[in-house]
Design a protein around this ligand. Sequence first.
Ligand code: 5GP
Ligand code: ZN
Length: 113
Amino acid sequence: MEECIFCKIVKGEIPAKRIYEDEDYLAFHDINPQAPVHVLIIPKKHIESLNAAGEEHRALLGGLLLVAKKVAAEMNLKKGYRLVINTGPDGGQEVFHLHLHLLGGRALAWPPG
Ligand code: 5GP
Ligand code: ZN
């Protein structure tokens, strides 16, 4: 995926404020934060969206949640946080590389808009 912005971030071709990285995942601050803490957690492997994930990605998807929990602890979100995966046009997905939003640092409204 030559032009995928998150793949470029993984490769270091576009700068990002990185928080966590391991062999399979990368977490970095969202460029347009919607809360005091707004981090994106992505698999380094390019998967277009949750709808493009299959049974072969079961472990990768589970690991994504565990990384999110680890990052939430590192960000000191003791009072809680929210994880969001926008999927498709109605879900508000703008970047088509699977990512988890980690939002926290304030009380978040429910339902979301
Ligand atoms: P989506 O709407 O696809 O769920 O979320 C995409 C997110 O990526 C948005 O919150 C947007 O601010 C963020 N984003 C888009 N481009 C960049 C970028 O180049 N760097 C960073 N750090 N975040 C980005
Ligand atoms: Zn990508």
